[in-house]
Design a protein around this ligand. Sequence first.
Ligand SMILES: CC(C)(COP(=O)(O)OP(=O)(O)OC[C@H]1O[C@@H](n2cnc3c(N)ncnc32)[C@H](O)[C@@H]1OP(=O)(O)O)[C@@H](O)C(=O)NCCC(=O)NCCS
Length: 146
Amino acid sequence: MYQVTQVSHTETYRVRQPILREGKPIETCVFEGDTDKDTFHLGLFSKKQLIGVASFMKNKSLLFSEEKQYQLRGMAILKEFQHQGLGAQLIEAGECILNQEEVNVLWFNAREIAVKFYKNHGFKIIGDTFNIPNIGIHHVMFKKLN
Ligand SMILES: CC(C)(COP(=O)(O)OP(=O)(O)OC[C@H]1O[C@@H](n2cnc3c(N)ncnc32)[C@H](O)[C@@H]1OP(=O)(O)O)[C@@H](O)C(=O)NCCC(=O)NCCS
């Protein structure tokens, strides 16, 4: 019923904009690293409708000593599809690819409202909370893979 496949960075804007940049111009949906060669974007489809996205970018945080690190960015599910356990499909598909690539750590800046969701999927908080202007309080979260 639901399918995860790789999508282009421009396709992710269809979910990034209403969920992560509501009311803001499309340019705010463009993230640094979107077109890097090591970046991949996953889309969750219900039939032919794109209902969720997540982007995985090769990026090192000084919080970790591991060599191969990826950052999760732009994780979002369309409102009418949230709270149905669908976000897990994107996270799991991403982790599967990262495991194959022998990536050591997946980390990201998590919005406070999403912390519980990530904890339910085995991620842990590291360090102090911090504010991202116009977006809100965030925590760095991570999971060690290989
Ligand atoms: C955060 C987000 C990606 C999670 O995806 P999701 O598919 O909604 O995740 P889930 O459905 O697995 O879990 C969300 C909540 O719904 C609950 N839930 C899961 N299945 C459910 C069901 N069948 N019925 C009711 N609730 C359910 C989960 O327990 C969870 O609650 P909790 O966070 O209080 O534990 C999504 O809600 C979203 O896009 N939020 C807005 C954007 C955002 O904050 N992105 C993260 C940026 S860091």
